[in-house]
Design a protein around this ligand. Sequence first.
Ligand code: FAD
Length: 439
Amino acid sequence: MSLDVIITGGGFSGVFCAKILSAAGYKVLLIDRHPETELGSRFESVMLDVDTFSKTAMERPQGDELLHLLDQFYAYSPSARIKKPIDFSSILVNGYALLQRLFHEALENNLSYLQAEVKGPLVENNRVSGVGADRRVSGVELKTGEQLKARLIIDASGMHQVLSSQLAALGLPLSEHPLTLESEYGIAYRRMCQSQTGDSELHIYFSVEGGYVWRSPNDIGVGMMSRVEPEQVKMILDQAIEQFGWEVGEISQEALGKIPLRYPLTNMVTNGFATVGDAAFMVNSVRGGGISAGLKGAKALAEVAKVALAEQDLSQERLWEYNLNYQRDVGAQLAYQDVMRMILMNESVENMEFAFERDIITADDIRSALGGKILDFSTMQKLQKGLRGASNPSLLLRFNHRLNWAGDLHKHFKSYPSEPAGYAAWESHLHQIQEHIQQ
Ligand SMILES: Cc1cc2nc3c(=O)[nH]c(=O)nc-3n(C[C@H](O)[C@H](O)[C@H](O)COP(=O)(O)OP(=O)(O)OC[C@H]3O[C@@H](n4cnc5c(N)ncnc54)[C@H](O)[C@@H]3O)c2cc1C
């Protein structure tokens, strides 16, 4: 069978991309190492942005898929003495049910599915032409070293980045700046359980240096923006249960995994190839939420790929439109939010308590970090903050410095180059901005 598209990874990004491209009549093969009934099984409850469905034209969650609409949201200082109500909505869904629906819709469009371990990309004549894979069924290896080819190869393998991480060694680097997967990730840990909170409420406690703990109607969890051992993350959650006196029911499921931090990969395409989702660092790093950003990425990629496949032009130049559309819209927002993460999660608990108490970190700042509008302070607002934070000038300085650079980073992504020729200069300027932010 000659294939149009091979997608590695049956998470939300890969499955949604597969669904759109198969609906357009293309022959798509989706590969994942897990059996098809297990796709999405670790997503019993996930929080999504409310705009996910309008922005991707995906049908809203139905029946059992919809768990809760969250419209009450509270942020707490480290001691929980100060509680700020935040006007921000999101949606809790049964991710397994939603992902399995999308997958079955794609199968109805003649999507082919293969359970196999993808080993790496095949590169021929300066383009990605296929993948190498070992077939497996329920853990039993059937065939090793198989080569599968298609016109377009998509990496949606999440944090594994099984294809994009090998491209540089094969002579097709996506960027001059190496991937920094080793350092740029955090850890999230969730326990599914009744948490005795109101039906539509989410509570976030900035009680840990470099992270936070949360409580929603059906789960509790920790997001840490640094490398922490799994045992330590579990201990942080146990301490929070004790410190805040949460009453939690029996645990029905646990999940722990890495989450990418930072802004999206600045170039996501090369000849015959594109990457999407966690594999492309599409994540709101404040919330550790990558599903909405990945679904928007899958939609952006699939729309460009549909036309490129029809025009029989899968060159980097043709696929560049995907970079352009994503980076100037969602990428700019994610880059901004990543600096907000540094503001919210790089301070000591003492400084955070002070910032909450003096309203140096306001409800607006937190809403903006979660995915609200980009902040632009008037001189008067800056002055008011300055007076409130006068007894801790270094904190205020750091906060304002990062906030200014967050705005610059956002503008820089908004001016993402329309063609590959402008990319090197754009990327080099990006790294200068990053250096200022780190100072
Ligand atoms: C504990 C925890 C809680 C989270 N909660 C939320 C939340 O509430 N909301 C939210 O938006 N995000 C949440 N996230 C983040 C979210 O899970 C990811 O951002 C999202 O799943 C990324 O989707 P993806 O499709 O890009 O990749 P993934 O979901 O990681 O899918 C990648 C797929 O590729 C397959 N694969 C990888 N390597 C290979 C290979 N070599 N061969 C074959 N197959 C391969 C894997 O089996 C997997 O199915 C959470 C993460 C964690 C760890």
